[in-house]
Design a protein around this ligand. Structure first.
Ligand code: GAP
Length: 516
């Protein structure tokens, strides 16, 4: 098993063992690509959502919040293009009976060519050292040039086929490139066909097509259909934004990789309504703002990158992903899309209701353009957990080498902010005092009282769930009201007066530190 695959396996079992994430309805063997968040997972997820909400709504005077329903009038999805175009190209392998997305098979092939090119460049860099001119090498080395030509030709063919919805051509590309089932190596494929990703259900009192409802595949449409309501009731002027956090549902064909691709997930989306013609200015603004939001959490810059879309969605005139270096490689974490006036105009056309805004400065009516930022809460969770979970060597109580598992989450996002630990369990003076400390701190943040096991083991348990501070009550506490406060990352311990604990923990864990 590769190191990355091993790391990923450890992450999945850590999430289960420590109560972050459980497979859904596990007693019935689970449900594919659906997960439940356990006690610490629910806290972390709430903190991620709170960080996003504060960054968007609290920190921007011109962004307001919304909480729209999951069910919407079915015509919403006709107008948005999801009924006709929210499809993935599906292909089955006849031997393995496994189902794949044809576009992902082709993209995987392109990634391999890119990897080969990069390896050639890396080899040359080692050979030539500081005098190496990478750009020149890429333009002149025959092998790299050959790979680049192959890459460009496939990408051009793939982009055209996708834009035209040409399933036969996608199948032809897979055959021509001799792409095999990644699991079995078989090339015995079915034809490629379109598969709509929306889940549907039925209204109780209307039979047939008329009563067909969809579970929303994105939260954005709840924002678009409420554009006029929000504008009128908040008196916001363009440019302004509407932010929303909520569940979305997609019948994903390939739903592997834990919570990366789920069938039920949560999105944090913001639609920024603006003057037509100003979309590129705001697109650049939101690209930068969103990258800063990720970096403020202490994520190393080399773990994040922008990736422009090769194929634009039916509604976009520019689109970029913020990708994160997950344990299985760089993948989309967030999308930033310039959606033009596509959605509002389509709703205007199908509903017959005007979706226009009167711009008093220009003395003009128009349908606003939109730049959207859309990040998956679950993907954000996975990104944070995968970078935070670390194993390190530390001396144990006898001074011998031991391994500690520590979850270095940003303290503002950590599920539990402070653990209160009496040194011994069966000394009532210690447990009573510890309870007093716990009761005084619990008004300010989520604390945990723990008296079970030796103190070292209790520290390890808190490290594993990412608790930034542990406060230990010992016999000196009974004399002078001081406690030991231990910091998770450095493991340094400091003796402080009980009255100072609240301020110390608050200073490091308050979410406002992320905005300063
Ligand atoms: N409103 C635009 C929109 O929905 P998207 O790129 O399809 O755009 C936005 O989705 C974000 O939602 C993605 O960047 C990802 O973080 C998250 N997301 C999408 N599909 C997901 C899935 N099946 N499981 C988990 N997260 C998903």
């Amino acid at each position: 098993m590769s190191q990355q695959a091993d790391q990923f396996k450890k992450l999945v079992s850590h999430c289960k063992e420590y109560g972050f994430i459980f497979p859904s309805s596990e007693i019935y063997d689970g449900l594919s690509a659906v997960y439940d968040y356990g006690p610490y997972g629910a806290e972390l997820k709430n903190n991620i959502k709170s960080y996003w909400w504060k960054a968007m709504v609290q920190m921007h005077e011109n962004i307001v919040g919304l909480d729209a329903a999951i069910f919407m009038h079915p015509l919403t999805w006709k107008a948005s293009g999801h009924v006709d175009a929210f499809n993935d190209p599906l292909i089955d392998n006849k031997d393995s009976k496994k189902r794949y997305r044809a576009d992902q098979l082709i993209e995987g092939h392109l990634d391999k060519i890119e990897e080969k090119m990069n390896k050639e460049v890396e080899k040359a860099l080692k050979r030539f050292g500081d005098s190496f001119d990478e750009a020149m090498y890429r333009q002149t080395n025959p092998r790299v040039l050959e790979y680049q030509q192959q890459y460009d030709a496939i990408l051009e063919r793939f982009t055209k086929a996708t834009a035209a919805g040409d399933m036969a051509e996608l199948k032809a590309i897979i055959d021509d490139l001799e792409i095999a089932d990644p699991d079995t190596g078989s090339r015995n494929w079915t034809e490629v066909r379109q598969f709509n990703l929306m889940f549907s259900t039925q209204l109780g009192n209307i039979a047939g097509e008329d009563g067909k409802l969809y579970l929303r595949p994105e939260t954005a449409q709840g924002i678009f259909v409420n554009f006029l309501n929000v504008h009128k009731t908040t008196r916001q002027k363009v440019p302004f934004g509407i932010a929303q956090i909520g569940k979305a549902f997609r019948n994903e064909i390939v739903a592997r990789q834990f919570i990366f691709r789920m069938r039920e997930f949560e999105q944090m989306e913001m639609q920024f309504f603006l003057r037509p013609g100003e979309e590129m200015k705001w697109y650049a603004y939101w690209k930068e703002a969103r990258m800063k939001w990720h970096l403020a959490l202490g994520t190393p810059a080399e773990k994040l990158r922008f990736k422009d879309h090769d194929n634009l969605a039916h509604y976009a005139n520019a689109a970029v992903d913020i990708q994160f270096d997950f344990p299985f490689g760089f993948k989309e974490l967030e999308g930033i899309h310039s959606r033009t006036d596509f959605d509002l105009s389509s709703h205007q056309e199908l509903s017959g209701k005007k979706m226009q805004y009167f711009d008093s400065e220009l003395n003009e009516n128009y349908v606003p353009y939109v730049v959207e930022t859309s990040v998956g809460c679950d993907r954000m969770f996975l990104a944070l957990m995968s970078q935070a979970l670390q194993e390190e060597s530390v001396p144990d109580a006898k001074g011998e080498d031991a391994t500690r598992t520590v979850l270095r989450l940003h303290p503002a996002l950590a599920p539990v902010k402070c653990a209160v630990l009496p040194l011994l369990k069966n000394k009532e003076e210690l447990t009573g005092k510890a309870r007093e400390v716990f009761d005084s701190l619990k008004h300010s943040f989520l604390c945990q009282y723990d008296e079970k096991d030796a103190i070292g083991r209790r520290y390890r348990r808190q490290d594993a769930i990412g608790t930034p501070f542990c406060v230990t009550i010992d016999f000196d506490t009974l004399q002078d009201d001081t406690v030991t406060i231990r910091e998770r990352d450095s493991m340094q311990q400091e003796r402080v007066h009980i009255s100072k604990v609240e301020a110390i923990v608050r200073e490091r864990t308050d979410m406002s530190v992320l905005f300063r």
